[in-house]
Design a protein around this ligand. Structure first.
Ligand code: NAD
Ligand code: GLY
Length: 368
């Protein structure tokens, strides 16, 4: 097992990474304050992993709260079910909320922990690749609003993150690919050598090679811990973790939550950010195409939805959390492995990016 640390002063916490950690009660015990524990999970994950976790929690007074599955349920109604479960079981301020699931469960359980009795203990046990490399670390929690993705929430750090890499064996291939979008993101924004490694090791990752997966998870979590440690509340560098997300969130909101997976929307959105960086003359066409090929090799979409117009993109992007004083800041690449957050770009370059025929571009690449 490897242990990384997120350094945030008194809110610092460990990230445990390894195989079969779910059954290791001694990892959880130091992070549980009282005798009450609320496990928040969903109807897909419960039959797979809940029993194993409950065995590690023997001796505690545990309530299991099993939510409906899916991004479409990341809303107020489902959040209320968590409070119903906590109050129904008379959990007090010393309860510990444990999120057992992907990013949807982690974001909602974390938000519930931030709000319940003004804040209770919280542990993340992420079970998708996406949540293991990104959403479980850093304390962003929340729910979607019909008008905007993740628009209601709180920064609320967990006491610990427990990443059991063995749980990935049951993950559907489409979900594994979605997680790879965020893994590739770290290479693009801050780790050019990791990009080289990913190009070589993508087949191993997709075939669930445990050594390759563990290395990718460790390297991603280390990058995320570094960025969050430097900028917990996203006053600066943390926004680079949103590469491709402004375009991607527009896709998710427009298409209806859950139609495109978050990672899929991030992949197509990042292709748009690569295109814009290329049009600004910051990266070469060869770099842009290299990025596109990497997403393709991960089994991810590299063309935004054909039905979305530039106007629809702009409408959704106007409610992005990186909009400040009405100015849309975008995460772009200065070079491969270096991202910037900027509102300083000619408007016509953004328009041209939104009007680009991505399908034709990819067809050309395929026939090269
Ligand atoms: P998800 O939580 O919907 O999980 C994907 C699917 O896999 C679900 O159907 C789930 O039930 C199933 N599943 C989970 N673990 C499984 C397993 N081990 N075996 C089989 N099936 C399993 O999606 P996700 O990709 O994990 O997370 C996406 C969400 O994360 C989005 O809402 C996004 O906004 C959020 N997110 C948050 C942050 C953050 O910093 N908080 C960062 C990135 C993404
Ligand atoms: N996933 C973006 C962030 O945590 O800041």
């Amino acid at each position: 097992m490897q242990t990384l640390h997120v350094d945030l002063g008194e809110r610092s916490y460990p990230i445990y990474i390894g195989a079969d950690l779910l059954g290791q009660a001694q990892l959880l015990a130091p992070h549980i304050v009282g005798r009450q524990v609320a496990v928040v999970t969903n109807e897909t994950i419960a039959p797979l992993y809940l029993e194993r976790l409950l065995a590690s929690l023997a001796g505690y007074n545990v309530v299991s709260i099993v939510l409906p599955d899916g991004e479409a349920h990341k809303n107020w109604e489902t959040l209320q079910l968590i409070f119903d479960g906590l109050l129904g079981a008379r959990h007090d301020r010393r309860t510990t909320v444990i999120a057992l699931g992907g990013g949807v469960i982690g974001d909602m359980a974390g938000f519930a922990a931030a709000c319940y009795q003004r804040g209770v203990n919280f542990i993340q046990i992420p079970t998708t690749l996406l949540s293991q490399v990104d959403s479980s670390v850093g304390g962003k929690t929340g729910i979607n609003h019909p008008l905007g993705k993740n628009m209601v929430g709180a920064f609320y750090q967990p006491q610990a993150v427990l990443i059991d890499t063995s749980s990935l064996v049951t993950l559907p291939p489409r979900e594994l690919s979605a997680g790879l979008a965020e893994v590739i993101k770290y290479g693009l924004i801050c780790d050019a050598q990791f990009l080289d490694w990913l190009e070589t090791n993508m087949p191993a990752l997709r075939s669930l090679d445990q050594t390759a997966l563990t290395l990718a998870i460790e390297r991603s979590c280390a990058a995320k811990a570094r960025v969050v440690g430097a900028d917990e509340r996203e006053a600066g560098v943390r926004a680079t973790l949103n590469l491709g997300h402004t375009f991607g969130h527009a896709i998710e909101t427009h298409m209806g939550y859950g139609v495109w997976l978050h990672g899929e929307a991030v992949a197509a959105g990042t292709v748009m950010a690569l295109e814009m960086s290329c049009r600004l003359g910051w990266i070469s066409q060869a770099d842009r195409d290299r990025g596109i090929r990497l997403f393709q090799s991960a089994g991810l979409p590299v063309v935004p939805p054909a039905e979305m117009t530039p106007e629809q993109f702009l409408e959704h992007m106007a409610v992005d959390k990186k909009v400040l004083d009405g100015q849309l800041r975008l995460v772009l690449l200065r070079q491969m492995g270096e991202a910037v957050v900027t509102a300083d770009y000619p408007r016509e370059i953004l328009d041209a990016t939104l009007r680009t025929d991505y399908r034709a571009q990819v067809d050309l690449l395929t026939h090269q």
